[in-house]
Design a protein around this ligand. Structure first.
Ligand code: FAD
Length: 457
């Protein structure tokens, strides 16, 4: 994406711009602006090299939807790029401003509007942990959340995430019914409020904030369960994967998380290292208390040994991180804490022959790509995503590994690109591009990220 291809304002007087925003709070101190211009892009050695010099010019911190409208209108009038930010935990450089401009920090929009009959209407900047903190006492919890639950916002999860803890029961965010409605502010001289409902929500969910600023969401919830964090270990990795598959398919057992982690990766889980025996493969689990006996019986059948079990209260009391902070992209983070030379993949092992494909990749790549599998429900069947660790050597070798997976029926959602479509299904979603044409006619929202739009230009 060349800078010459854009028609953004140059030589903006940022002090005058801040004045034009009226009483909307702004941050202008360079260290703060730099800090709010970062996300977890550095997970990828490729993105690290591409994006490390990308910074915004100013941060706006709206308190209300009216503030969001003011910022969007001013950006449209001044032709200034606007990148929306939740907590900045995205790991594809999604929230990194490629062309400078404004970062719109949504974290002050954090009110629950209403909660009734298992549906919550909530402002986009609410943290996932705080949202559940308010719904669980009323008997409801999120159907799914990212392992960044303690920091990420609900708006950022819907705009940038895909699924996570809970996906083993409820599928992924892209499934019909996962989101009931979104309320958006457009980026025009006179911004409009647009409400998307039903299938229409897909136009703006997982769109990296390229085609509207989500201010409010209506999310269906699940009945809340008392959860236990459990870890089981196995001598044989494929035996652990077969147990995970059977547990996923065990409809009578209520669970929230099933991850299989190949040795030597468990040795990087510092806070719980003492319960993880050398050489053993670990299975990380969240099981509902009423299902413990059934889970234990299944585990015994598969030859696994439980080495850790804690209630939510015990986890809190112990000061240990919750089990979900070793799962999904947190597994990669735990390894990165010790070894900055590794990177990772995000691979689909679709239901059906998923375990055969896992075994094949294990044989082909061995210690170069240690396995980490997240089991999920996909269109009613159980498959798994591989968030494998890669012992990184060169960009060419990384490409080769990705290509081998792609060519052998295991598509990789490439985490080494900031381009929306290339990190996903590699297909342009014309519904998303059409919404951008209407909601962002000047192409100011998170520019450079949506290939369908850039190509249409
Ligand atoms: P940000 O990173 O700030 O933003 C993400 C994207 O959404 C950006 O493109 C931003 O512009 C856009 N955006 C943010 N808010 C809005 C809004 N209100 N309107 C429009 N666009 C908006 N992801 C998962 O799906 N599951 C996981 O389990 C998971 N685990 C992770 C673990 C780690 C350690 C890390 C680093 C990342 C993980 N991620 C995971 C990715 C990331 O945490 C999620 O996508 C997260 O929910 C993003 O929320 P955020 O508030 O940090 O959003």
């Amino acid at each position: 994406m060349s800078e010459a291809a854009t028609d953004f304002a140059h030589d903006v007087d940022w002090a005058a711009f801040a004045t034009a925003l009226g009483d909307v709070p702004v941050l202008t101190e360079p260290p703060l602006v730099k800090q709010k211009s970062r996300d977890f892009y550095w997970y990828s050695p490729i993105l690290k090299a591409q994006l490390r010099k990308k910074f915004a010019d100013i941060v706006a911190v709206p308190r209300t939807e009216a503030d969001v409208v003011k910022v969007a209108a001013t950006c449209a009038q001044w032709r200034v790029p606007l990148t929306v930010r939740g907590a900045g935990t995205g790991n594809y450089g999604q929230a990194m401003p490629l062309f400078g401009g404004v970062i719109l920090d949504m974290t002050a929009l954090d009110r629950i509007k209403w909660l009734k009959d298992g549906v919550v209407a909530v402002e986009a900047g609410k943290k996932l942990i705080d949202l559940e903190g308010e719904t669980r006492p009323q008997g409801w919890e999120l159907r799914m959340y990212g392992s960044t639950r303690r920091t990420a916002t609900i708006g950022g999860f819907i705009a940038g995430g895909s699924g996570g803890i809970g996906s083993i029961m409820y599928g992924v965010l892209a499934d019909r019914g996962a989101i009931n409605a979104l309320r958006l502010v457009t980026c025009e001289e006179e911004p409009r409020i647009v409400e998307l409902r039903g299938d229409e929500v897909m136009k703006a969910s997982h769109a990296y904030g390229c085609n509207g600023i989500i201010t409010e969401l209506e999310i269906p919830l699940a009945p809340a369960w008392p959860w236990l964090d459990c870890i089981a270990v196995f001598d044989d990795f494929m035996a652990s994967a077969r147990f995970c598959q059977a547990l996923g398919e065990g409809d009578g057992i209520v669970k929230r998380e099933i991850a299989a982690v190949e040795w030597p990766l468990p040795q990087y889980f510092k806070p719980i290292r003492d319960v993880l025996p050398d050489g053993k493969h670990a299975v990380l689990l969240m099981i509902a208390a009423p299902s413990l006996d059934a889970y234990a019986a299944l585990l015994a059948e598969h030859g696994g040994t439980e080495v850790y079990r804690k209630t939510e209260a015990e986890v809190e009391e112990s000061g240990l991180p919750p089990i979900y902070e070793y799962t999904w992209n947190h597994t990669t983070l735990q390894v990165l804490k010790t070894d900055r030379t590794i990177t990772y993949l995000q691979t689909l092992f679709a239901p059906g022959d998923n375990l055969e494909k896992v075994a094949h990749m294990r044989e082909v790549f061995g210690e170069e790509v240690p396995l980490h599998l997240e089991f999920v429900r996909l269109h009613g069947r159980i498959g798994c995503f591989g968030l494998q660790i890669v012992r990184y050597t060169t960009p060419e070798r990384l490409d080769e590994i990705i290509r081998y997976h792609d060519d052998n029926g295991c598509p990789v959602f490439n985490p080494h690109t900031y381009v929306l479509e290339d990190g996903g299904m590699k297909e342009i979603d014309y519904g998303q591009v059409d919404l951008k044409r209407e909601a962002d006619p000047h192409g100011l929202l998170n520019p450079g990220k949506m290939r369908g739009w850039e190509e249409a230009r």
